[in-house]
Design a protein around this ligand. Structure first.
Ligand SMILES: [Fe+2]
Ligand SMILES: [Fe+2]
Length: 264
């Protein structure tokens, strides 16, 4: 079972880069499922139903959110019925939406996708992602052993610990949120593919997707500067994971990062 997962898709530049590269990457990796983190896909922060629909139309099979899930509140009613857009699983109370979904593809089988939210260096206080993730993996295994976890977290240590904690319980733990791709992809001994961060699909002359001058101004003034996605050249970033559908173990993980236009 072949899965392509794109790191944080930032605004229109990220979506445009995704659409231009996806046909090329489909030829290269022949994915059964295409996934992406879309928490910043609308205007550089949050997601709205129209943008989610556009991403589905252009080839995503499911998408994950993150700490910016609720920035644009119009997504809330959409999450009630669109199970293929995931909010973090480990949130207190019962916010709208789901933290996991099982996707079906004829000929490929079933793939479960789960989104967990880290606790280190966030102003909010989600529930324990470790115990929540392991418990959910146990439930999902009744449907399929092929389980992809997006761990949306800031600290590399928390992400690495999650990879080892879920090793052998899920097919992959793929980090998102920092927008900076890490070069530590591997398959852990229990058969779980791991990378600390998939990186960003978006404008690369930027501060993690944001216009450079705006990001610097916030640091210099400490005032609440309104951010906007940068323009200019773009990149796509993510990973390809190949999973044995009978065991759920990852056979390989390959990271990708392409800058500019596929034709140029
Ligand atoms: Fe995030
Ligand atoms: Fe993000």
């Amino acid at each position: 079972m072949r899965v392509l997962f794109f790191g944080d898709i930032v605004g229109r530049p990220g979506r445009t880069a995704l659409y231009s590269w996806l046909p090329v990457l489909r030829r290269r990796y022949r994915p059964d499922f295409v996934l992406g983190n879309a928490e910043n896909a609308a205007g550089g922060t949050g997601l709205v139903p129209e943008v989610a629909e556009e991403l589905f139309d252009r080839g995503l099979d499911a998408m994950t959110l993150g700490n910016h899930a609720w920035v644009k509140r119009e997504i809330e009613p959409y999450l009630e019925h669109e199970r293929r857009v995931l909010r973090p699983l480990n949130l207190p109370g019962s916010p709208p939406g789901c933290g996991s979904v099982v996707l079906e593809r004829e000929g490929a089988g079933s793939l479960a996708v789960m989104l967990l939210h880290g606790r280190v260096f966030f102003p909010t206080h989600p529930d324990d992602p470790f115990r929540a993730g392991a418990a959910e993996a146990g439930r999902l295994r009744a449907s399929t052993p092929a389980i992809i976890v997006d761990f949306h977290a800031e600290a590399t240590s928390e992400k690495a610990a999650m990879g080892w904690y879920l090793d052998g319980k899920v097919s992959a733990v793929l980090g998102t949120h920092t927008h900076v791709q890490t070069a530590d992809e591997r398959v852990l001994p229990g058969g779980t593919a791991y990378v600390t961060d998939l990186g960003m699909t978006g404008p690369y002359d930027s501060v993690i997707g944001v216009k450079v001058n705006l990001a610097i101004e916030r640091f210099l003034t400490q005032l609440p500067v309104r951010f906007a996605p940068a323009t200019g050249p773009t990149q796509v970033a993510g990973a390809f994971v190949n999973i044995d559908p009978s065991t759920g173990k990852a056979l390989e993980i390959e990271r990708f990062l392409h800058r500019g236009d596929p034709s140029g």
